[in-house]
Design a binder for this molecule. Structure first.
Ligand code: ME8
Length: 651
């Protein structure tokens, strides 16, 4: 296995409408993974593109009175524009109407035909046009008011079909798929998705229809041009056609052998079955290895619904970039949405992250350091020989931050990786505050320079590790510290070292790194007010309460997606908790003596969500996390017996 290459893909998006925040999310995840691997010194190939054939696109073009090809051509600039705005560095933008891709699909089908994996029959059943999928209707399938079965994935009414079709012998690959899953238990992240896939395959695979007779907008089916290739049979092959599969030339073949198998296909859970069942079966049938990993992320929700083009609740990334800038939105997407869970988008939480994490914790540290150094003619900072214990400890924390960041980034757990960076930044801010370099400037020049040096060292490490997430802002931070960011430098081995090696040549900051947004007037999530107790008064003297009294307390399950120490307090931890439909909550909890922030990140706990918000040393706390402490002082978080959706009420 070539560990020095990294091939990452996004889904190829349908072009029935322009990109929205959900499609941007997958694309940013892929870009961050690609840049992270570049930072580690690997050869990287990132693929994105568009899925342009099929019934859905054909009908959309008809609706607009356009020829399908003219319609799809008209949509491409929209995608490329948004990816450029967000600094997406793809190596190829593949379109399923590209000639080399079409040729590969034809080659692949012919190969399957020759080996007897394709036969002609009739498809009788239901089809979901928005998902471009055949659905096996059972008694469990939901129906609309007219009694028409609805798609289990998107919930829209399906169409009944009876159509001659070519079938791929998917059922013949059932055992090989099960063997593959068993040998590759990490094939799908998160693991729960893997269990769903395995039980789907175990329940028995039916052969898959791979042609459509009534859809003319597609690749003509080899040997029978009255059919076109089913859009998923066409689209999935983009991952191999883009890198030279099936071409009759040595260079393309070499290229394919170098990059395949893909290291990670990124997607949301809506299209897992296509990637985890059909795609590996197609590949195994044609004699290729399945991809190494599927990274399946959650949905960005608006309210409680999946954000989607067709539901009309989509946020336009072009609007966000104008107000907040690309890097801040990229950061928000990675930090606010735990990759394995659904998460709600809100302008309020976007602005809170920009203000607290970017403008305050990071931007202020940079501007305080640089301003103070330049004010006191310390524009060149070099490592001191003898160091304070606190400096040595912080330097070690810096290397430790990199170690855990590295691990989480390689697992694709970007939100957790970022949590570690901000925990470290809190320590740097606390160190800065403790040593008060503005006072030291007059009393102890050596220590003053040591503190500023340590701060630059930390900012250098932070900016380098954050480059994949916020490339343009972090290159700027590095430039202010006197370093030109160039890929190819051995940042990985440098960041692993604990020693001080660099000198920093500071230049003035001409503007704040991140502008704190003027808070949008968005009401906080409405929390239903408890009804006035109209039932008989409970026996308060005995401590007995009625069920209605209990119902006044709203308890919900939530996942801690960030946790950090609170500067100036040794008791408090500041938690950002994903409470599902109730949104992200900032909750302060007095348990710093018992837990390190990283112990809590990613854990599900139980929270009182209707406590009146209160301020604790300048920070808002909107809820209370429940803990249990015994007489020996053991402190444990209150949690649920197994994972449940965030926002689930505890009763
Ligand atoms: O399915 N939250 O294309 P598509 C998070 N053409 N991610 C979201 C999202 C949301 N609300 N909405 C969309 C297709 N996505 C096929 C793919 S691949 C060979 C063919 C992202 O335009 C997410 O990655 O419907 C999801 O899987 C994908 O867009 C679906 O894009």
């Amino acid at each position: 296995m070539n560990r020095n290459k990294f091939y990452v893909t996004t889904p190829i998006y349908y072009v029935n409408s322009k990109p929205h925040l959900g499609t941007l999310y997958s694309t940013v995840l892929a870009d961050v993974a690609a840049r992270w691997n570049k930072l580690l010194g690997k050869k990287v190939y990132m693929l994105t593109g568009t899925d342009e054939h099929g019934q859905k696109i054909q009908e959309k073009a008809q609706e607009l009175g356009k020829e399908p090809k003219a319609f799809v051509d008209s949509m491409i600039p929209e995608f490329k524009k948004v990816w450029e705005m967000y600094g997406i560095q793809y190596d190829r933008f593949i379109r399923t109407t590209d000639a080399d891709h079409e040729a590969v699909v034809v080659y692949w089908i012919k190969k399957l035909q020759e080996q007897g994996d394709i036969y002609k029959s009739t498809y009788v059943g239901w089809y979901c046009v928005p998902c471009e999928t055949f659905v096996n209707v059972t008694s469990e399938t939901p129906k609309n008011e007219q009694g028409v079965p609805c798609c289990p994935s998107c919930n829209r009414a399906m169409r009944e079909m009876e159509e001659e079709s070519y079938f791929f012998r998917l059922s013949a690959y059932e055992q090989q798929l099960l063997d593959f899953y068993e040998q590759h238990p990490d094939f799908i992240v998160p693991k729960e998705r893997m269990n769903e896939v395995v039980s789907f395959v175990k329940s028995g695979l039916r052969d898959l229809s791979i042609s459509r007779k009534t859809v003319s907008w597609g690749i003509p089916f080899p040997g029978d041009p009255s059919h076109t290739v089913y859009v998923w049979g066409d689209a999935l092959n983009n991952y191999i056609s883009a890198i030279g599969y099936g071409q009759n030339n040595a260079e393309a073949q070499k290229n394919f052998e170098f990059w395949w198998p893909a290291d990670v296909h990124i997607m949301a859970k809506d299209i897992v079955r296509f990637h985890a069942v059909y795609w590996p079966a197609f590949l195994i049938a044609a004699g290729m290895q399945p991809p190494r990993r599927l990274m399946v992320h959650g949905y960005i929700l608006t309210g409680e619904q999946k954000m989607s083009k067709s539901l009309g609740n989509a946020v336009d990334p072009q609007d966000l970039v104008k107000t907040y800038g690309a890097d801040a939105v990229r950061y928000y997407l990675l930090r606010n949405f735990p990759i394995t869970h659904d998460g709600q988008f809100s302008i309020k939480s976007l602005e809170e992250h920009i203000a607290a994490d970017l403008a305050n914790n990071l931007g202020n540290l940079l501007s305080r350091t640089v301003t103070l150094a330049l004010q006191h003619k310390a524009e060149k900072l070099s490592p001191s020989q003898e160091l304070e214990t606190a400096t040595i400890a912080l330097r070690e924390k810096c290397a430790e931050m990199y170690r855990v960041y590295w691990e989480e980034m390689n697992k694709g757990m970007f939100h957790i990786a970022l949590g570690h960076v901000w925990t470290f930044l809190s320590s740097v801010n606390a160190y800065f505050q403790e040593f008060k370099p503005w006072a030291l400037a007059k009393t102890d020049r050596d220590l003053f320079e040591e503190v500023l040096y340590m701060s630059c060292h930390s900012l250098y490490a932070v900016a380098t590790v954050l480059w994949p997430v916020m490339p343009s802002k972090m290159e700027h931070v590095l430039a202010v510290l006197g370093h030109t960011f160039v890929l190819g430098e051995n940042y990985d081995s440098e960041l692993r070292k604990i020693t001080f090696e660099r000198s920093y040549q500071l230049t003035p900051l001409t503007a704040p790194l991140f502008v704190r947004p003027v808070p949008a007037v968005v009401p906080t999530e409405p929390v239903a007010q408890p009804k006035v107790d109209q039932v008989k008064k409970s026996d308060e003297s005995a401590g007995i309460i009625s069920i209605d009294d209990f119902a006044k307390v709203h308890l919900h399950v939530g996942t801690i997606v960030q946790c950090e120490a609170v500067a100036g307090s040794d008791k408090l931890l500041k938690l950002q908790v994903d409470v599902g439909p109730l949104g992200m909550r900032q909750i302060l909890s007095g348990v710093a003596a018992y837990f390190k922030p990283e112990d809590l990140v990613g854990k599900q706990g139980v929270y009182v969500t209707n406590l009146a918000p209160r301020k604790m040393i300048g920070h808002d706390s909107c809820g209370m996390m429940l803990f249990a402490q015994d007489n020996q002082g053991n402190m444990r978080m209150v949690t649920v017996g197994g994972p449940v959706a965030n926002g689930t009420r505890v009763r």
